[in-house]
Design a protein around this ligand. Structure first.
Ligand SMILES: [Zn+2]
Length: 573
């Protein structure tokens, strides 16, 4: 905890004692800025799990109790919100997303939900009609596993660029797969980048070639670096950030772990934090060892506590969908391929050493069981050299496929599993194609196996891979079912979380994931006034009604930043 906050707690305690022991005149002088009444409040404080009302003074929670208990704090300038029984939770935290990516996706061609290659091309053609010759067309969100028309998936499960090139010959096209681990180019983009049949696949990536040895336009993981679309302009960057923040607030997100950013983006975040325009709490991870070293020391409680940069993000392997996740055995549907490391083990080790020495947390993307094991090995090796660093809170981002032997090691080493509930239901319908049923069942998204060992699970969406929607991810976490109620194979059902576990994964445990549990994550006197308020109580409504719940208010630092039905301040036009 920060000394400043300690002092604040002390003062607040004195204040509250005064309230109880002095006259009404003094009470009236110390009135609340915001009071919430008639709510169904889930505090996640075991001493008082349920409450009806909250009073907020400044940016902190001053009273948690009944309507009667908060009424003495209402003054002429207090905003009182009658919640009419709506449900209040500690502010939801997205524990793994890409804030700039969310905003950037809104500026690009949206390929989420296309039914097949034909529709993908149509959407790009629509954009190309308004583009100048030579202007880049970028997009993201295609996911060939979800296409209903699969006739075009002819080379290693992917389409080839020919039809796209015919439709859009004069503009370079570069569109990312939904998971960000593959991208697709037309001929013009490959020509501009100088990629042809003689270009070799780089380490940690693959250029998919057809039977004649020509590139198909599909680039996996590190091979994506061969094609470079122009960076966003300065005003587009700001627009993307503001759109990203708005999207989070509209989804009830009050705090966001940004999984890997460069120094330029951190500078932009600082600028917004300085101007009080960040509007949600950001826990940004330095993208890679080099970025961490450039920064040297973590950035703690910058801009009134809205910005922390205390973790480093590493990427150990690719993704399961694009068959880049590093597996202990080969892919069921791609014999001879067992994926690859995108970061050498030595780098994970070196980064862990540096982090333990300099107060950083390491957060490593590890999807396949081989990547997870390598990450644990490297963490363990470094930790043995720094036994005095007890509270490192190293993380595993995604933790999708685990070998049985490694589950206990998470608990032993104190590793946090940063998993995305929504990925389980998105992936598990096709994951058995990649892994076979046995491996998927034994090691795929094994929430209960991890929780039983005492491992903390923190939840999220990896937005823009999925919509930054905590309700959808919560629903997936507690039901392990698709939106329409179809189970993703009954055999996986036993791994679903209880509602309480899922709520913790979005609040108190999520806060632990970024050293924030003493300041937030539950509704308690002295903690920061961050709340997510929903129209329906996802802790008690029947399962099928969870997805009907909507965000009513998003409150960050005692300020209502989003209110259902009210327009938000528009992003810079
Ligand atoms: Zn990610």
């Amino acid at each position: 905890m920060q000394p400043r906050l300690n002092l604040a707690y002390a003062l607040l305690s004195i204040l509250i004692v005064c309230f109880c022991t002095t006259t009404n005149a003094q009470v009236r002088r110390s009135t609340a800025d915001l009071v919430l009444t008639n709510g169904t409040i889930h505090t996640l404080n075991p001493d008082r799990p349920k409450a009806q009302a909250v009073a907020i003074i400044g940016n902190q929670i001053a009273v948690v109790g009944t309507n009667d208990e908060v009424m003495p704090f209402v003054g002429p300038d207090t905003r009182v919100i009658d919640l009419k029984n709506q449900a209040v939770y500690p502010g939801f935290k997205e524990s793994h997303g890409h804030l700039m990516g969310i905003g950037t996706a809104k500026l690009q061609v949206n390929l989420v939900g296309v039914s097949g290659y034909k529709e993908l091309i149509e959407r790009i053609v629509t954009r190309a009609q308004n583009a100048k010759p030579g202007e880049w067309i970028t997009g993201r969100g295609w996911h060939e596993e979800k296409w209903t028309d699969r006739s075009s998936l002819t080379v290693r499960g992917f389409m080839t660029h020919d039809d796209l090139t015919k439709a859009v010959p004069n503009n370079p096209v570069w569109v990312r797969r939904a998971d960000g681990h593959a991208a697709f180019a037309n001929a013009k983009a490959m020509e501009v980048a100088g990629v042809d049949r003689n270009t070799a696949s780089p380490e940690g990536g693959a250029i998919i070639m057809d039977a004649d040895g020509n590139p198909t336009g599909v680039f996996i993981d590190r091979a994506m670096r061969l094609i470079k679309s122009p960076p966003l302009t300065e005003s587009q960057r700001r627009q993307a950030l503001e759109l990203g923040i708005e999207e989070c607030l509209a989804n009830g997100i009050t705090m966001f772990d940004d999984a890997g950013v460069n120094v330029g983006t951190i500078d932009l975040y600082k600028e917004y934090a300085d101007q009080g325009k960040l509007n949600l709490r950001l826990y940004a991870m330095a993208g890679g060892l080099k970025t961490m070293r450039t920064l040297g020391q973590p950035i703690i409680d910058y801009g009134n506590g809205f910005l922390n940069v205390r973790a480093v993000k590493l990427v150990a392997d690719g993704a399961l969908g694009s068959r880049g996740a590093a597996l202990l055995e080969e892919y069921e549907d791609d014999p001879g391929n067992s994926g690859f490391f995108t970061t050498p083990p030595e780098t994970v080790y070196t980064a862990s050493q540096y982090a333990l020495q300099n107060g950083w947390q390491v957060a490593t993307h590890a999807i396949g069981d081989r990547a997870n094991r390598m990450m644990l090995d490297m963490y363990e090796k470094a930790m043995k050299e720094f036994p005095h660093v007890k509270d490192h809170r190293f993380r595993d981002e995604h933790t999708q496929i685990l070998d049985e032997a490694d589950i206990k090691r998470f608990a032993k080493l104190g590793i946090i599993a940063s998993m995305q509930g929504i990925h389980a239901t998105s992936d598990l319908s096709w994951a058995p194609n990649r892994l076979g049923v046995h491996r998927t069942e034994e090691g795929g998204y094994v929430w209960q196996k991890l929780l039983k060992e005492g491992v903390k699970i923190i939840n999220g969406t990896d937005a823009p891979v999925e919509a930054v929607d905590p309700i959808a991810s919560y629903y997936a976490s507690v039901t392990r079912q698709k939106e329409n109620g179809t189970p993703v194979g009954g055999m996986y059902g036993d791994q679903r979380m209880t509602r309480h576990e899922a709520l913790r994964s979005y609040t108190l445990d999520a806060a632990y994931g970024s050293f924030h549990e003493n300041q937030g994550g539950s509704i308690e006197v002295g903690k920061l006034a961050d709340f997510t308020i929903l129209t329906k109580d996802i802790m008690t409504v029947p399962e099928q009604e969870i997805l009907e719940s909507e965000v009513m208010y998003t409150i960050v630092d005692g300020i209502v930043r989003y209110e259902k039905g009210k327009p938000m301040k528009p992003a810079i036009p």
